[in-house]
Design a protein around this ligand. Sequence first.
Ligand code: FDA
Ligand code: PGT
Length: 452
Amino acid sequence: MKQLNYDVLIIGGGFAGSTAAWHLANKGLKILLIDSKPWSRIGDKPCGDAVSKEHFDNLGMPYPENEQLEQKIEGIKLYSPDMSTEWTVRGEGFEINAPAYTQRILREAQNRGVEVMDMTTAMKPILDNDFVKGAIIFDRRKEEQIEVRSTVVIEATGYSRSFRSKLPQNVPVAEDMDERDADIAYREVAYTKEEIEEPSYLKIFINQTTSPGGYWWYFPKGKDKVNIGLGIQGGMGYPSIYTFYEKYWRDYGSDVDRNRMIVKGGALVPTRRPLDTLVWNGIIVIGDSGYTANPVHGGGKGSAMISGFCAARSTLNAFEKRDFSSQSLWETNLCYNERYGAKQASLELFRRFLQRLSDDDISYGMRRKVIKEEDLLEASTTGDLQLSVADKAMRVLSGLGKPSLLFKLKNVAQYMKDIKDLYRNYPRNPAKLDAWRADVKQLVSEFDKVIS
Ligand code: FDA
Ligand code: PGT
């Protein structure tokens, strides 16, 4: 079998992998990025394509422009289940053309020395003395298997987790997940029959009947094009996502011309805290494969970029130290948890709570501003739900004459704070991971009892 040697092998060229390549390029390392898809389809996956502007600013990444940018976003409008309340959450963002933007980032990395092989799949890991040392890959263009030896592997295979799942079960980054900690999501992109009134606002419709454990979205891509879809919680035995789509799409997109459809498709999105550790000896896991999406809104592109940035930074430091052990790559965890992971853990609890609320409770809660839009925005950007908010909520709720899960809001806020504190004390080295993980599991299972 042909053999190749690299310093870094990046598997997957989506938002996570391409960001890692972009930040690693031109730093004196020999890097190979592979993706199963042909060039023209890299970055093309079912997605709502909305990304907050802040992520590009925080990571020094270029804004999408020209054909990469389909609509500038000024905010999100949230609708209650009974449609009587509309909340507007302001914030700048982009509705992007994901393949165009991803391919631009990859091209820039390539121009700065990263080798890219499309139509090439990582088949299985090479393991040596408890270290990942590369992968056996298959190049579909040349129909040949290649043994790629690399000092660090960055695993960015998306929700498929197709590489790390082939590691032995006892390797911490092989961790699997509960299906209920993911949403099944489906979307169509089509032209509209009329001009969209406010193309710079994303619309999100919360409704446990038409999208149990998720929501419907209507994201404009310019004046006459829209990305419309829904998510439903996985593992609950609900009917298929297509059944929901066919039954309810008119309620949210009566102006959509399905005869002029551009693309359609579905996929899964993780809605949990990140992998307990994103690293092991010689390997870093990023993006959806590391469960880095936001548990409350399912957006995962921004945080995939953060994880790619953290992976690049700790890889460069590992090469400085010439140490590629789990201990040395550990700073990926510290970097990621500080920037996003701790917030995810807190939002995972909030998500578990929200998914149990009835439509009546959500409509009531939104109408009476039990939580206000600014509190929701704060919760979803920082993971903090203030206890004073919960206190005020209790006063509003005292007039409510029926039993409601909303009364648990104060406990929810306390647990969210507690889990964030646990993440603030994330172990400084791998030896303490097991004890920390046990504390996290204990807290999550206590929380589940409190809200059930
Ligand atoms: P991604 O899946 O993009 O990339 C993985 C890449 O790895 C692919 O190109 C694949 O071909 C390649 N690959 C896999 N296995 C391989 C192997 N063995 N060898 C070689 N290559 C391999 N997020 C957001 O921010 N805003 C939004 O509006 C939405 N909306 C949305 C809607 C729907 C329907 C879904 C399902 C999801 C979203 N998301 C979202 C989530 C978002 O799409 C997701 O979090 C990111 O695209 C994840 O990027 P990654 O790079 O991790 O994986
Ligand atoms: C409740 C379960 C939810 C499961 C969801 C699964 C659905 C899957 C479908 C995937 C579609 C993805 C759509 C992505 C939308 C992107 C939204 C977005 O960009 O949000 C911005 C940015 O957030 P960030 O975390 O990426 O970045 C933070 C910062 O900029 C960088 O540091 C933030 O805007 C919001 O968060 C607005 C809130 C959205 C809330 C979504 C609805 C949840 C339901 C709320 C119910 C409230 C009821 C209250 C009742 C009392």
